[in-house]
Design a protein around this ligand. Structure first.
Ligand code: PLP
Length: 343
């Protein structure tokens, strides 16, 4: 398929699929009492080098909504970027799961929270008529394909600590961010003050499933009940957990992310070279955004290319994935040059 629409258009990577088939060899206890779920959870504790609590749910909307609900009472608020997935793409899921915790929208360049604006939202009102700020939610990598650096996370943590705010990280593309940062997972999570991480499996190459990782284990109290009530407790949980074992044991988790990032870098490079266009934001993970004329967009679509134009600040988002090929990158760049010439 000719697409740079999303990394969730891609199929299952071989390492995840092999593990899925291995978990299908024999019967196993239900509801997470199986060896695969135990092993995957232990793998995460190894990966993050800390004793965290791990849960598995079907998708990212549930992971974000339920974990944010565990940080907040209904009268609390969550500060997030105005382009955050929790704000623009979850149909009010976080508010619904928390019985009304309000999202407060902060600004910031390149899809990253501006710590000054976060602080403004906290201090502008301190009376009981305003929903009390309780958490900061940040997306790593961001919706605009940028990545928070360690020092940026430290600054946000400073603000959060000053006002007693918990930190939630939407890591639907955490692996891509990590591959870009080349640092230890702990350095950009719990060591940087992250209390709970929603870790994406789907966009990394699994069929389904996200992990919720509580670094602050007190916050995970009764969380299993919250998952069950929300219809997010898989009875055959091993089929969500086993693919995690597959991608973590084999290293495919980071390898997939590195490949996706490298393809986005190549795509950026070829488009710059062939058209002279420059991206709208620095390309730091597996997507790159370009502002294109409407008729060129229409022409590309007529050539069967699929991509999104509604994410973040607009423009054409080109997203790469674990199975994006160099040939596809070349074919797109050629078609784009041609579309720009013809229109
Ligand atoms: C894809 C994505 C999610 C999860 O979306 P689901 O469709 O609910 O799995 C969460 N956050 C971000 C930033 C995403 O891109």
């Amino acid at each position: 398929m000719r697409q740079f629409a999303s990394d969730n258009y891609s199929g299952i990577c071989p390492e995840a699929l092999d593990a899925l088939l291995a978990a299908n060899q024999e019967d196993a206890p239900a509801y997470g009492d199986d060896v695969w779920t135990q092993r995957a959870s232990d793998k995460f504790r190894e990966l993050f080098e800390t004793d965290c609590d791990v849960f598995f749910v079907f998708n990212g909307t549930a992971a974000n909504s339920l974990s944010l609900a565990s940080l907040c009472q209904s009268y609390h608020s969550v500060i997030c970027h105005e382009t955050a997935h929790v704000e623009t793409d979850e149909c009010g899921g976080p508010e619904f799961a928390s019985n009304g915790s309000k999202l407060l929208l902060a600004r910031g360049d390149q899809g990253k929270l501006d710590p000054v604006d976060v602080e403004r939202l906290v201090v502008r009102r301190q009376d009981l008529h305003y929903p009390k700020p309780k958490a900061v939610s940040l997306t790593q990598a961001t919706e605009l394909g940028t990545v928070y650096r360690m020092d940026e996370l430290e600054t946000l943590r400073g603000v959060a600590d000053r006002y007693g705010l918990k930190i939630h990280m939407d890591g639907a593309r955490f692996a891509n961010a990590l591959a870009s940062l080349e640092c230890a997972p702990k350095d950009v999570t719990w060591r940087a003050g992250v209390d709970v991480l929603c870790l994406g499996g789907t966009k990394n190459g699994m069929a389904v499933g996200e992990a919720i990782i509580f670094f602050d284990r007190d916050l995970a109290a009764d969380f299993a009940y919250r998952c069950k009530q929300a219809g997010q407790l898989a009875s055959k949980m091993r089929f969500i957990a086993a693919p995690w074992c597959g991608v973590l044991d084999s290293g495919a988790w980071l390898r997939n992310a590195r490949h996706a990032n490298a393809m986005a870098a190549l795509l950026e490079h070829r488009i710059r070279e062939m058209t002279g266009l420059t991206p709208m934001f620095p390309r730091e993970a597996n997507s790159v955004f370009f502002e294109l004329p409407q008729n060129a967009i229409a022409d590309l679509r007529a050539r069967d290319w699929r991509f999104y134009t509604f994410i973040g600040a607009g423009g054409v988002r080109l997203m790469c994935s674990w199975n994006t090929s160099k040939e596809k990158v070349e074919a797109f760049a050629l078609d784009l040059r041609d579309s720009l010439r013809r229109t």
